[in-house]
Design a protein around this ligand. Structure first.
Ligand code: SAM
Length: 277
């Protein structure tokens, strides 16, 4: 997969993709990340990329012409002029606080494509005509305002890249993390016992522990030490439900829950209501 990032701060990305899984994926030739300096597509002495907003008001706006020229420099035409092949393999994404939420489901959709083009806004944002003419989707990484789209672009690259075949050591592991799909499907016909040792199934992941078994007076839960794998899976499922209920109850609405899960959830709700843990 190829990622093209348009930014006024290409140096921002100098170290960010040099670590861990992302670095290995690049080194193995599974992904390419190209950054494009927006200022290289200006033609005045000051390399101006922004201008005042029509209608007045605060701040500056990234100009349409350099953005269009930058996109054209690597073959991205306005949507109306794109070939069917480009349309089905490429997405041009505007990072924006006003965008659709970027979720794991969106990351999974994007991971099926060959190429993502990411436009990083700055100041008050990007001239809206770039969005209308060139962008397939506006994505927001959360309900807060960043000073630029660069961090958001890096988040999208990281989350999408790790879903590509061959990037993670264990290909299945992306399915079995928080927001994963696999366990939800499986647990529905396995009486609430998730298949995976790492599973989340549309819920949040369960807590993880490693040695030592005791740390600052806190012992690892006994279930994890006793080697009974069915019990361990049941404990993990209960923890997934508990964590999701506590931190992201909205996810429970779309999770696939078994009768066993629902019983566990009611029991957890009851312990929370009574102030127990
Ligand atoms: N005027 C904009 C607003 O009120 O929504 C905020 C612009 S922000 C200061 C500058 C740039 O940061 C945006 O153009 C966008 O590219 C990026 N940005 C800010 N928040 C973001 C978010 N939550 N998700 C993705 N990109 C974001």
């Amino acid at each position: 997969m190829r990622f093209d990032i348009i930014t006024i701060f290409p140096g921002f990305f100098a170290g960010i993709f040099e670590h861990g899984i992302v670095r290995r994926a690049r080194a193995a030739g599974l992904v390419t990340v190209e950054t494009h300096d927006l200022r290289a597509f200006t033609h005045d002495r000051h390399r101006t990329v922004d201008d005042r907003p029509f209608g007045g008001g605060e701040g500056m706006v990234l100009k349409a012409e350099p953005l269009a020229e930058a996109l054209g420099s690597f073959g991205i035409e306005p949507k109306a002029a794109r070939s069917e092949t480009i349309r089905s393999t490429t997405r041009v994404i505007l990072l924006s606080a006003q965008g659709r939420p970027f979720t794991q489901a969106v990351a999974r959709e994007l991971a099926r494509l060959d190429r993502l083009v990411l436009l990083c806004g700055r100041y008050e944002g990007v001239d809206e005509r770039i969005n209308q003419l060139y962008c397939d989707v506006e994505l927001s990484i959360g309900d807060y305002v960043l000073s630029g789209g660069e961090l958001a672009a890096a988040v999208v690259v990281d989350a999408v890249m790790r879903l590509l075949p061959g990037v993670l050591g264990n290909e299945a592991s992306g399915e079995f993390e928080s927001f994963g799909v696999a366990d939800a499907e499986i647990s529905a016909d396995q009486e609430g016992v998730p298949r995976s040792q790492h599973g989340a199934g549309g819920l949040l992941d369960y807590p993880h522990y490693t040695r030592p078994a005791e740390f600052l007076g806190l012992r690892v839960p006994e279930t994890l030490l006793n080697g009974d794998h069915v019990e361990i899976r049941r404990w993990r499922r209960e923890q997934q439900l508990r964590k999701t209920l506590q931190n992201r109850p909205d996810l429970l609405e779309n999770a696939i829950l078994t009768a066993e899960d629902r019983k566990l959830l009611n029991a957890i709700r009851e312990t929370i209501r009574r102030g127990e843990q």
